[in-house]
Design a protein around this ligand. Structure first.
Ligand code: SAM
Length: 307
């Protein structure tokens, strides 16, 4: 049995979230550069460099197709008339720029630990603010009509999720909406190579106090935070060219993102880079022969009461 197989065996579905809005657990930066030359001096699990920005670009494009609309929450009218939107962990700022362009009356603030790259000037109704989500926002209570947070799975330790959602809620007034989009660890018809990668990813995440398997419970998380009118959905999408255009896009995003775990698998789990590469090399054929698919989670909820 290989090292990957001996790693943590995951339960199929995690038990429900334990709601403990204690102070958040902070994460610490890894090395400045990893063995593959990717920038790692950030307190989260993915590299932070141009290559990652590029991956985020087509992942955004993929999610646009999967979710069909920019916003899952029913905020179209509010934004059309002119609201305030906060995009948490905004990355390249691509979602926020598109919102700002689509809703000229709305003011968009993108918040991220890192400076947001600006290949083209942002729309005038856009502002980017740098800060750490895990130490709280530099914004007054009830400042935003819509708070959007997407794909911060590799940034928030499991024990910090309730606190983080509490902080999102703090800046949302009565009547305002919060929406979360995440990708977890649930695959259907998974073959051995995907399983091996996933076991390694889970063990690396666990070493940082993270557990993406809980992200299937976003709706429950919003419920515990006291939100109402909660709507939560799971979109199951194909991985690989057997699944057409969407499947190809998701496979591309995974094949661009997953190899960034190689130095961590080596440093934290002792997996030789050659063994890691061998697993990566089997993924594409396997997805197509098993017809593998993957779950994406989306949830929204409203702060109770009238504005
Ligand atoms: C995977 S990217 C997602 C970016 C964007 N939401 C998207 O969907 O394209 C996660 C982002 O979260 C940011 N991030 C990580 N830890 C953070 C923290 N503690 N506070 C604020 N932002 C953080 C990273 O810098 C990165 O830009």
């Amino acid at each position: 049995m290989g090292l990957f197989e001996r790693l943590l065996r995951r339960k199929k579905r995690p038990p429900p979230f334990v709601w403990e809005p204690t102070m958040p657990v902070l994460t610490v930066p890894l090395d400045e550069m990893d063995a593959d030359g990717r920038r790692r001096d950030v307190p989260y699990l993915l590299p932070k460099d141009e290559q990652e920005d590029h991956r985020l670009g087509y992942q955004h494009f993929l999610l646009r197709q999967v979710l069909a609309e920019h916003c899952f929450a029913p905020v179209h009218e509010v934004l059309r008339k002119g609201g305030k939107v906060l995009d948490v962990g905004c990355g390249t700022g691509i979602w926020g720029r598109e919102i700002a362009r689509a809703y000229a009356q709305t003011h968009l603030i993108g918040f991220d630990l890192e400076e947001v790259p600006s290949p083209t000037p942002a729309p005038r109704n856009t502002q980017f603010v740098q800060g750490n989500l895990l130490t709280g926002f530099p914004f007054a209570a009830q400042s935003f009509d819509d708070v959007h947070q997407r794909l911060v799975v590799a940034a928030i330790p499991l024990a910090s999720w309730p606190w983080v959602v509490g902080e999102l809620r703090r800046v949302t007034p009565a009547g305002g909406w919060m929406e979360l989009v995440e990708m977890g660890t649930a695959f259907h018809r998974m073959g051995p190579a995907s399983r091996q990668f996933l076991q390694g990813w889970s063990a690396i995440s666990a070493s940082r106090g993270m557990d993406a398997s809980y992200l299937s419970q976003l709706g429950l998380l919003l419920k515990h935070a006291g939100l109402s009118n909660i709507r939560a959905e799971t979109r199951t999408i194909p991985v690989g060219k057997w699944g057409g255009r969407i499947g190809k896009l998701l496979a591309q995003a995974m094949l661009a993102g997953w190899p960034s775990m190689r130095p961590l698998a080596h440093a934290l789990l002792g997996v030789a880079p050659e063994a890691f590469n061998e697993v990566m090399g089997r993924l594409e054929v396997e997805w197509n022969s098993y017809h593998t698919s993957y779950e994406v989670y989306v949830a929204c909820g409203q702060v109770a009461g009238k504005k």
